[in-house]
Design a protein. Structure first.
Length: 74
């Protein structure tokens, strides 16, 4: 796994690059500061990965918003 750090002062965050990262739930959960999580995805990506992400967050209250595809929805 490789990590790229996006430096934005107090809003800095890592980007993890590698295979099968969704199986490593601690990569996500270590950054969550609440018991509630909102997952925003789109109509193309959600069917592929949403279930895996929600499954890794079973200790959290999750809600999902699925947006249509396209730049105008970003």
């Amino acid at each position: 796994m490789n990590t790229l750090q996006v430096e934005l002062g107090t809003r800095s965050y890592p980007i993890y690059i590698g295979q099968n990262l969704l199986r490593q739930s601690d990569l996500i959960t270590q950054h969550i500061k609440s018991n509630q999580v909102l997952i925003v995805s789109n109509e193309t990506v959600a069917p592929l990965y949403l279930h895996k992400v929600v499954k890794n967050l079973d200790d959290f209250e999750t809600k999902s918003v699925i947006l249509p595809d396209g730049e105008q929805y970003k």
